[in-house]
Ligand binder design. Structure first.
Ligand code: MLT
Length: 418
């Protein structure tokens, strides 16, 4: 009892001190980043999660099938789990314990990644690879290197992170409409000047993927203009078509204009582990400044490296058996994509994507807008998807479904749908 009363006395004193501090705050005129006021109220997937939470509270008896956010459902592959266990054991022994690691990532993982790229004819140096905690973070963090006066080009519809992170910085954004007419793959326009250009192929949300010639046109355009391509290859492992490059560096000229982002989330189910990497080639220069050295400098100051145990797990993804098992998981999700794609097509709907991608892009019929269709699906079929307009205006009239559910749920969702 003595301890409790003592505790309360301390808490009361702390509260009094905080209160008197907060009374004085006004006179310091702390300024927030006003750009945050230009963001939508909440991040797309948080808005969806809130809507679903309200619905499930009101209808606790309904089983909801979640095909909204692209979160995986299969557990980690056995070689990945074994690598995690082994690394944990190492961390528990004096002789094999690891403290701070190299902030750009361990050599063993970078060597495995270099071997993977080499099989596609892409030669990377170890210090061009930066291991991080996922593509989303790096896609946001890379903007530290570029002046706020640069103009940014994003496709529309777009993965919201590209827009939000630039809005936060107050950068000017121009949009390249990805429409049914251009196969959801906008191409460079001579009259549009942009300094930073985001490309995502295979694309989130539309599932479309650039061919070799199309990507080459972007590389040439960026080199001519002195622009930088921010190439998001998070869905690379879903590529089926031989003519779709897996890495931007398969294209001549890309080393002088492109940064590539990769994720372990969709390839190997690391959404809950967090691991990714970014490639910044030494040949990418802005004037006489090497962009790679700026990113290395930023990494050194703001990041202490991804956890050792996760990097060991990442290495296992690229081992022979690890690759075989993760590609089996990708094949499982690709089968789901086909279940959705074919099911909707047979029911007379207009669908895109799903072939080189875990995302199916469905045309909303019946004069509903995409949020109305979201409510309709949730209420009538108990299926959660993502409204196209959540990915910016050209997404209106479309709806995204993900193939990352379980096979059984995917089959059920399609049969509930129509
Ligand atoms: C998505 O659903 O668009 C992705 O899962 C989000 C992400 O990768 O951050």
């Amino acid at each position: 009892a003595g301890a409790v009363s003592c505790d309360n006395t301390l808490r009361r004193a702390a509260r009094r001190a905080a209160l008197s501090r907060s009374r004085g705050r006004g006179k310091y005129e702390l300024k927030i980043n006003e750009n945050y006021k230009n963001l939508s109220e909440s991040y797309l997937f948080s808005t969806i999660a809130k809507k679903v939470a309200v619905y499930t509270q009101q209808h606790p008896e309904q089983e909801i099938i979640r095909l909204g956010i692209g979160d995986v459902t299969l557990p980690l592959a056995a070689p990945v789990v074994d690598a995690l266990h082994a690394a944990v054991e190492e961390m528990g022994k004096k002789e094999t314990f690891h403290g701070y690691g190299p902030e750009q990532g361990y050599g063993f993982l970078k060597q495995a990644l270099m071997r993977y790229y080499a099989r596609r004819g892409v030669v990377l140096a170890e210090n061009e690879i930066f291991v991080g905690d996922g593509a989303k973070s790096d896609i946001g963090n890379i903007l530290d290197l570029f002046d706020v006066d640069n103009t940014v080009l994003v496709p529309d519809p777009v993965y919201p992170v590209y827009v939000d992170t630039n809005v936060m910085a107050g950068r000017r954004i121009v949009y390249a409409a990805a429409t049914r007419e251009n196969g959801f793959l906008p191409m460079p326009q001579a009259d549009v000047q942009a300094d930073l250009i985001y490309l995502c192929s295979p694309n989130n949300p539309t599932g479309a993927a650039y061919s070799r010639d199309q990507l080459q046109a972007w590389v040439d355009y960026a080199n001519e203009r002195g622009a930088v391509l921010l190439f998001d290859a998070a869905y690379e492992s879903f590529i089926t078509d031989g003519d779709v490059p897996h890495s931007i560096y398969e294209l001549p000229g890309a080393r002088t204009c492109a940064i590539e982002f990769r994720s372990f989330s969709k390839k190997a189910g690391f959404t809950g582990l967090r691991l990714g990497f970014t490639v910044v080639p030494k040949d990418l220069m802005c004037g006489d400044v090497q962009v790679r050295s700026l990113w290395a400098r930023r990494h050194g100051t703001k990041f202490n490296g991804a956890p050792y145990i996760e990097q060991r797990a990442g290495e296992a993804v690229y081992s022979e058996e690890g690759s075989r098992q993760v590609m089996e998981q990708v094949a499982y999700y690709k089968r789901n994509a086909m279940v959705i794609y074919e099911g909707l097509k047979e029911a007379g709907h207009t669908v895109f994507g799903g072939i080189n991608s875990p995302y199916i892009w469905l045309k909303v019929e019946d004069g509903m807008d995409s949020w109305e269709f979201f409510d309709y699906l949730l209420e009538q079929a108990n299926v959660v998807g993502t409204p196209g307009s959540g990915f910016w205006p050209s997404g209106e009239g479309y709806f995204r479904l993900t193939a990352f559910g379980t096979y059984e749920n995917t089959v059920e969702a399609v049969s509930n749908l129509f």
